[in-house]
Ligand binder design. Structure first.
Ligand SMILES: Nc1ncnc2c1ncn2[C@@H]1O[C@H](COP(=O)(O)OP(=O)(O)O)[C@@H](O)[C@H]1O
Ligand SMILES: [Mg+2]
Length: 620
């Protein structure tokens, strides 16, 4: 269900037009070609009715050609009627050929610009998303982002290829026609097109309403994507709980809202064309009536009236197009705004300009009075202080929600501490180059995500460029080689969404191989065996022990047996370090750890767990 809306930060206009200019800059050459082609098109469409005028007035009728035209053609053609007719016929063909050749060029290059602008924009948005911190993703619905990077960018593409320069042609056509009409008959034109300003005013008033409605439509559509995406992603849970109907209801609500919004937008938009059409017919009727009168009184030729009528019909088409364009403009503006909202997001983990490359990291980790909160005013960590010596294995224990994963995520700077310092080898993590810092840290989490690709590619994800030998060696150390070799295609078996499914234990071993091949001095193991049965836990634990050898390792454990032999155990409770020490020291203290331990191993300690203390253990 849509729990969070995409943030609707006000988008500044200058940023938007800068973005558009930026995007178009590489294609200036094409734009010039398009522009020239459009000029040709416009000129030809203006010339269109003139051959007919020549025939009506000078071949059939008895009006002489204008002096300049007669001079241009020479006496031979100008005085010979069928010669003129042939000339008019030839002109029709020339005009059509030029107009359509130009239209071909124009179509091809506008589409090219549209396609490439969309291509650039897609890459740019994704590049930006890649750089945003996890804090950003905590607040965003993936579906909304998906919808922007697909639908909104396609809208922009369509607009760029269909509309941008079309507007220019429309305006040029209108200006050209007005000029020619005035030249033919000044006052008549004035009356005929007197309504145009009112029409344009009406259209522009319209724009606002259409844009608002369009915004709503896009919003609802992207909600649909979000709902569907969430539902499909969680299909296993949905099925397990039999909540298909509920999910369908969510979609139904979102879908209905989209339908309502679309219909509302359509109601507004549909009013436009009829209004324009009626106004056009009023003008045409008037021109026909008034023109007949003028011809009867010899104030105008039949050819001129023909040109007039033909222009009038064409004249209102660009006006109408411009009116329809408000719709596309509204959609494109909304799309650009949504893209701009993503590009304007600046929740990045900052890198200092003088940040250093970490060299020869030993792996000493210090937390110095660290405090942190995901959201302002609800602190998750308070005054966390502990120290891990290089090469030590340290276990983090405590109830779920105690802040163990959060503490670990501060080391690779997935988030930044709000107070205090996190140090590696005595240097604040903020002083390191971000990518290089993360290179020093390997992670194995509760669930290993496999990407679409082969097993070998998935292992090499830990260090791009790893050779096949290195991949196999890592898999062997991770206890994974044995099951991979049994697969029909071995290391080249496809996994991920469309490939074969691996069991949890197998996935974890791939995850461990990934961490082994990364070969980083610091390791974070966030409950890597939590989801496994005892059998696969044993194999995975064995692999983990090999992985941890010679590295500083933080092992977040739900089963205390896995960290019993750790050099140090840190117990978290409610965002504080509750106690720390070795297993024996902590048992001796008889505090929270001792209590947790007794709950998990009642027989060893010989003390039966108190019923009241069972609750945290069940959650841990
Ligand atoms: N991405 C997040 N956004 C907001 N709150 C979070 C996020 N991740 C964890 N929390 C909250 O922070 C607290 C500590 O969580 P976590 O570090 O995952 O605990 P643990 O790993 O010990 O179970 C919990 O109250 C949890 O709800
Ligand atoms: Mg956790």
């Amino acid at each position: 269900m849509p729990k969070k809306e995409q943030s609707q930060a006000p988008v500044d206009r200058s940023g938007m037009s800068r973005l558009v200019r930026d995007l178009l800059r590489p294609y200036r050459g094409w734009l010039v070609i398009i522009f020239v082609a459009m000029l040709v098109e416009t000129a030809m469409s203006l010339a269109g009715p003139w051959p007919l005028k020549i025939v009506l007035d000078s071949v059939i009728g008895h009006h002489p050609m204008p002096a300049w035209a007669a001079r241009l053609l020479g006496p031979g053609v100008a005085d010979h009627k069928m010669g003129l007719a042939a000339l008019a016929a030839g002109l029709i063909i020339v005009i059509a050929v030029l107009e359509n050749a130009a239209s071909y060029v124009d179509n091809y290059y506008t589409e090219s610009v549209g396609q490439y602008v969309a291509n650039d924009l897609r890459l740019r948005v994704y590049h930006h998303l890649d750089r945003l911190s996890l804090g950003y993703y905590d607040k965003q619905q993936t579906g909304n982002l998906l919808s922007t990077i697909t639908t909104d960018i396609t809208t922009i593409q369509n607009f760029a290829s269909a509309a941008t320069l079309g507007i220019l042609v429309d305006i040029l056509t209108i200006i050209g026609m007005l000029g020619l009409m005035f030249w033919l008959n000044f006052d008549f034109t004035l009356i005929a097109v007197a309504v145009t300003p009112f029409l344009l005013l009406f259209v522009s008033r319209f724009k606002k309403a259409v844009k608002k409605a369009t915004h709503e439509v896009r919003h609802r559509q992207s909600d649909i994507v979000a709902v569907v995406q969430e539902g499909l992603e969680s299909m296993r849970v949905v099925k397990a709980y039999g909540r298909e109907t509920l999910e369908e209801q969510h979609l139904q609500q979102a879908s209905q809202a989209a339908v309502d919004a679309a219909l509302k937008a359509r109601r507004i938009k549909s009013a436009l064309s009829p209004v324009v059409a009626v106004v056009v017919s009023l003008c045409t009727g008037f021109v026909l009536y008034r023109g007949s009168y003028l011809i009867l009184h010899d104030a105008m030729t039949i050819g001129a009236l023909t040109v007039f009528l033909s222009y009038l019909s064409k004249f209102f088409k660009p006006v109408q197009d411009l009116a329809k364009m408000t719709n596309s403009i509204a959609q494109a503006t909304v799309a650009v705004e949504r893209v701009q909202t993503i590009l304007a997001a600046d929740e990045m983990i900052p890198e200092k300009p003088d940040a250093r490359e970490p060299r020869g990291v030993q792996g000493e980790i210090t937390f110095d009075k660290v405090a942190f909160s995901y959201k302002p005013d609800s602190p998750v960590l308070k005054e966390i202080t502990f120290k891990i010596e290089p090469g030590q294995l340290v276990g983090f224990v405590g109830a779920t929600g105690g802040g163990k994963s959060t503490v670990a995520s501060l080391i690779p700077r997935f988030y930044d501490a709000t107070q205090g310092r996190v140090l590696i080898d005595g240097t604040d993590v903020k002083d390191f180059k971000l990518k290089a810092l993360r290179n020093q840290i390997g992670c194995v989490l509760q669930d290993t995500v496999l990407f679409a690709g082969t097993i070998a590619e998935n292992i090499a994800y830990g260090r791009p460029g790893a050779t096949r030998e290195e991949v196999v060696a890592a898999a062997k150390l991770a206890n994974a080689d044995e099951f991979i070799s049994r697969m029909p295609k071995g290391y080249d078996s496809e996994v991920g969404e469309r490939g074969m499914t691996l069991s949890g234990g197998q996935r974890q071993r791939i995850g461990i191989a990934r961490a082994i091949i990364r070969n980083s001095p610091i390791l974070i193991l966030d409950e890597p065996t939590a989801a496994l049965d005892t059998e696969s836990e044993k194999v995975v634990m064995e692999a983990l022990e090999r992985l941890m050898k010679g590295r500083t390792a933080i092992a977040i454990a739900h089963r205390l047996s896995t960290i019993k032999d750790a050099d140090k155990i840190v117990v978290f409770k409610d965002g504080f370090v509750h106690e720390q020490g070795t297993h024996d020291e902590l048992l001796g203290k008889n505090g929270l750890y001792a209590e947790l331990y007794r709950i998990q191993f009642p027989t060893e300690s010989g003390v039966p767990p108190a019923p009241a203390a069972a609750a945290p253990a069940a959650k841990a």
